[in-house]
Write a protein that binds this ligand. Structure first.
Ligand code: AMP
Length: 114
């Protein structure tokens, strides 16, 4: 199966996942291989391949994704201690699934990446 189809199937609830939030624009679900006690992915419901595909027409989606993910961090009670929001883009950025997503990581002290 083409890897980006996995996220499409999660959004459509065609394969099992742990969806923590969904509206008509975005879906957020727990990462299957968590790198931190809280590791949630958020995706736009309509397919966008990578950060390179942000444009004038769709840019509001990304603001909404950020808004939702920060609210999830508050709900999960990791906002006070802090968290990371990560976007991997293409090969050098370590993007394994070619469906745009943001990672929310928290619940422990995370290493700086640089
Ligand atoms: P990235 O390297 O930024 O493309 O991240 C892809 C993420 O998707 C990884 O952290 C994977 O663990 C996660 N992932 C892959 N398949 C699934 C799945 N079926 N459900 C939840 N997360 C997944």
């Amino acid at each position: 199966m083409n890897k980006h189809l996995i996220f499409q199937k999660i959004i459509r609830k065609e394969i099992p996942s742990n969806i923590v939030y969904q509206d008509n624009i975005v879906t957020a679900f727990t990462d299957i291989q968590p790198k931190a006690p809280i590791h949630i992915l958020i995706v736009p419901n309509d397919f966008i391949k990578s950060a390179n595909d942000i444009n004038k027409k769709n840019k509001d989606i990304f603001a909404h994704m950020l808004y939702v993910i920060v609210n999830i961090a508050k709900e999960k009670r990791i906002s006070k201690e802090g968290y990371k929001i990560i976007i991997n883009c293409n090969k050098n950025g370590g993007q394994e699934i070619n469906y745009f997503h943001m990672h929310l990581l928290g619940g422990k002290k995370l290493k700086s990446l640089y």
